[in-house]
Ligand binder design. Structure first.
Ligand code: ADP
Ligand code: MG
Length: 491
């Protein structure tokens, strides 16, 4: 094996190690699984080119081309998730997977090389612009440093990857740097993961060590096989290894469906609490009705006149109405069907803050600043109150060591909105977490339901408003709930 071969082997081990590390962090960071897929792809690509060189079997060349075709799509996806824009750019992601995926199917075509040589760098240029914009809008030095490392890894990966294309495909006299490129990109991203928490919270060194051992052992095992078997057979064994890794990764993916099951059990837990409260709210009026009916029938049995018992009948009627109200309230909250009445947002805030049942501790202070010019608007008091309560509870939970929550109301006449802004100076969220925070059942808390923000957003939408979030790690979070101030016809 020549120097380039050795370099490729080292790169393969590095790709596998980082892929395994990212994979181990998939529940901590939205980037985990994607980076694992990216580096499995890089491994397969490096590996296929090595196998082609060692065995000369043409199919490896096709495999090499296939894996290099989809790499730009995965890399672009990683960047889009990193900058927290996977929702707004979803059509682009899908289009790029379709485009580069199709390219992977036509590896024998003559158009393959020019198409990849143009589209690949173009996609990477776009990713780079996204990173630069993200870098400019981030205020935290750590996030900027992460963006720098990701951008650098992207540039090196692309540039060095292109040298490989030129060398292999058009015999251009250029050093082949593809393997070194993936290796350098891997080192940069590993630095971002280990030093700058690219993959969520701190990565325990032992996880990194396991990942590294995995990469090294795997590649040693594969090389040993190549030595013992004839080259062609060896290539097939190696290929089977790659396939096995892909199967293992997807098997774990199937396991993630089980986590849909976990979300389901959280949903059931929430349903449990909900029904408990409902039962409690219905029980008391029913007990009163039962008592009244028992009393009346006892009177009747004793042959006494019921003429003077009107108050009992009224009580029964009132209690039945109370039950009916409770049931329709629950239906409304479950479906987020607002029943708006002219209400002052200030009065909702004013009523909620002193209750403090959303988990305020002694170390958390609340500063309220209510706008004087707030008009009365069509709001559903209960829904808005519950939504706001969820937001306030999150703010408290984000400040385990105490802090200040500021609650502000405002009237935006031009946009016909009233808004309540809740700001905390707690843990904050990075761009990745921020993008997922509103999704139903997304939670980072061991006891969380992941339903607070999604409920609040549904309430705002049902009032023709929005929920918007802005946050920075270590600085805090601002949640703005807005509601339409006047219906169009009375504006
Ligand atoms: P839950 O509170 O049950 O986790 P939510 O929908 O209320 O569910 O919030 C989802 C996730 O968003 C939380 O787990 C947390 O990671 C994040 N989050 C929400 N609000 C804040 C906040 N004020 N500060 C930091 N992170 C927050
Ligand atoms: Mg919550």
């Amino acid at each position: 094996m020549d120097g380039h071969g050795v370099m490729t082997v080292v790169a393969c081990a590095g790709d596998l190690a980082f892929g395994a590390l990212a994979f181990a962090r998939r529940s901590k960071s939205a980037l985990g699984l994607l980076l694992a897929v990216l580096f499995l792809d890089a491994f397969s690509w490096n590996f296929a080119s090595l196998a082609f060189e060692l065995s000369g079997v043409g199919v490896w060349h096709a495999v090499d081309r296939m894996f290099s075709s989809v790499m730009p799509a995965i890399a672009l996806h990683v960047v889009v998730v990193f900058v927290g824009r996977s929702r707004s750019l979803r059509p682009l992601i899908i289009a790029s997977y379709c485009g580069f995926g199709a390219l992977g199917l036509f590896v024998q075509s003559r158009a393959w090389l020019p198409a990849l040589a143009v589209l690949g760098p173009l996609a990477m240029l776009f990713a780079l612009v996204l990173l630069l914009l993200h870098r400019q809008s981030s205020t935290m030095p750590d996030e900027r440093a992460r963006a720098d490392l990701v951008a650098l890894a992207l540039m090196i990966g692309t540039f060095f990857g292109v040298t490989e294309l030129l060398y292999q495909e058009v015999d251009f006299p250029i050093p082949r740097l593809g393997a070194i490129g993936t290796l350098m990109a891997m080192v940069l991203l590993a630095t971002a993961a280990l030093r700058l928490r690219l993959l969520g919270s701190e990565v325990p060194p032992v996880v990194a060590l396991y990942a590294l051992s995995f990469g090294v052992l795997w590649i040693i095992a594969q090389l040993a096989l190549v030595r013992w078997l004839d080259p062609q057979m060896g290539s097939w064994v190696l290929g089977a290894g790659v396939l096995l890794l892909i199967v293992i990764a997807s098997a774990r993916e199937i396991g993630r469906f089980a986590s849909v099951g976990r979300a389901r059990s959280r949903e059931l837990a929430m349903l449990g609490r909900f029904s408990e409260q409902l039962a409690h709210d219905i029980k008391n009026p029913l007990a009163a009705v039962k008592g009244a009916v028992q009393f009346l029938s006892e009177e009747h049995r004793l042959g006494r006149s019921l003429d003077g018992q009107m108050p009992f009948l009224q009580l029964i009627e009132q209690q039945i109405e109370r039950v009916q109200r409770t049931i329709s309230d629950y239906q409304r909250i479950a479906k987020v069907e607002p029943r708006p009445t002219p209400t002052s947002l200030n009065s909702i805030v004013g009523e909620l803050l002193p209750l403090q049942h959303f988990g305020v501790t002694a170390r958390v202070t609340i500063q309220a600043n209510l706008a004087a010019d707030l008009p009365e608007c069509p709001l559903d008091r209960d829904l808005v109150m519950t939504a706001l309560e969820n937001v306030l509870r999150n703010a408290c939970e984000a400040m385990p060591d105490g802090g200040t929550i500021s609650v502000r109301t405002a009237f935006e006449r031009a946009r016909n909105l009233v808004a309540v802004v809740v700001e905390d100076d707690g843990l904050g969220m990075d761009a990745r977490l921020l993008e997922q925070a509103v999704a139903p059942f997304f939670t980072t808390k061991s006891q969380g339901t992941g339903l607070g923000l999604s409920f609040a957003e549904r309430v705002a939408r049902a009032h023709h408003g929005t929920l918007s979030l802005s946050s920075a790690v270590g600085r805090g979070t601002r949640v703005t709930l807005s509601f339409r101030a006047f219906a169009e016809d009375d504006a």
